[in-house]
Design a protein around this ligand. Structure first.
Ligand SMILES: [Zn+2]
Length: 340
């Protein structure tokens, strides 16, 4: 090998590079897929070597929209039809279990008796899991043993099978997200959208494990389920999103209206001064009858409406100051008592 020049070696290696544009990593040896490990994983999980995981929290606002839409339009014909379609898809689980794998070709040459997995069975397996979810086990609230240790008991939390409405909400929310912020979620609207639609439904319940790690959903299953969702419910998703856009715009407009400044309902200036004049007169009469009016108030005594209002506001301010100082005194006393 030492005889081959550096250039030859570079050329040789070039053929082993990942075929994703812009990716410079080496291919995984011994695999048919022309990708590096990361690109191969992304292709299998998300539908494209460049597609990244779409975090659940990014879909949350759209889940709320989908829920609201289905609640408000529950009795509408298209929604009923869509629910029936989804129910049909979920009832794949009620069909008899198909053979899990094909008989292996050239069986005599290999020790393994079974061949490739049957894609129909892989699909059936996921829907069966959704319709017959395993119970969760919780240790929360279980009393500890006499030595304060864990007794080994746990509370069984039964899981409801996935309903058509739950599945439709999940798939619809992905579609709304695709139409509204699709360009920031997907590298293209082919397989990545198909895969996420399938994932949204297939991940409504816990994946099964082999005891240690979760068993991944097969690429073929994601493709089949996602494509079926697009074929059978695509038209409904488009119509629903149209309606949701209008409804959400109306909600945004309503929110904007709430943010407008509110015109305070104040009595007109003349009526205010009249009222205050009356009050002022009353106060003045009282003070004049009970005690002789001090000369300062005499000076302050208004000659017109304006002055009357000014002195009244001054009075109110004084009252407020007095009550504030009283409150602070009480607080100080309470603090002293507390410290003792
Ligand atoms: Zn790569």
């Amino acid at each position: 090998m030492s005889s081959s020049s550096l250039r030859d070696r570079i050329i040789e290696k070039a053929g082993l590079r990942c075929s994703t544009k812009g990716c410079t990593k080496l291919r995984v040896r011994g695999r048919l897929v022309p990708y590096c490990a990361l690109c191969a994983k992304r292709k299998a999980k998300f539908g494209d070597p460049k597609q990244e995981r779409v975090e659940r929290r990014r879909l949350e606002p759209f889940v709320a929209m989908a829920k609201r839409f289905l609640r408000q339009h529950r009795s509408d014909e298209p929604v009923t039809a869509a629910l029936a379609t989804m129910q049909e898809l979920l009832s794949i689980a009620d069909e008899p279990e198909p053979p899990s794998s094909f008989p292996k070709k050239h069986a005599s040459l290999s020790g393994k008796r079974r061949g490739q997995k049957n894609p129909a069975w892989l699909v059936w397996r996921e829907f069966h899991r959704l319709r017959h979810p395993k119970s969760k086990f919780s240790r929360r609230g279980v009393p500890l043993g006499s030595k304060g240790g864990f007794t080994g008991e746990s509370i069984v939390v039964p899981q409801e099978p996935v309903s058509a409405e739950e599945a439709l909400t999940a798939a619809l929310s992905v579609w709304i997200a695709y139409e509204i912020i699709g360009s920031s979620l997907f590298v293209n609207d082919g397989a990545p959208l198909t895969f996420l639609l399938a994932d949204s439904v297939l991940r409504l319940r816990k994946l099964e494990t082999n005891g240690y790690t979760r068993r991944a959903i097969a690429e073929s299953t994601k493709h089949t389920v996602g494509q079926r969702l697009r074929d059978e419910l695509g038209a409904f998703f488009i119509r629903a999103t149209e309606a949701i856009r209008v409804e959400e715009a109306a909600r945004v407009a309503r929110k904007a209206v709430m943010r407008k400044p509110i015109e305070p309902k104040v009595r007109s200036s003349t009526s205010v001064s009249e009222q205050e004049q009356k009050q002022w007169n009353k106060l003045n009469v009282r003070s004049s009858t009970n005690e002789p009016t001090p000369p300062t108030t005499q000076e302050e005594r208004p000659t017109n409406d304006e002055g009357g209002r000014n002195s009244l506001t001054a009075r109110i301010r004084e009252d407020a100051d007095a009550s504030r100082s009283r409150v602070s005194q009480l607080l100080a006393r309470a603090r002293q008592q507390a410290s003792r």
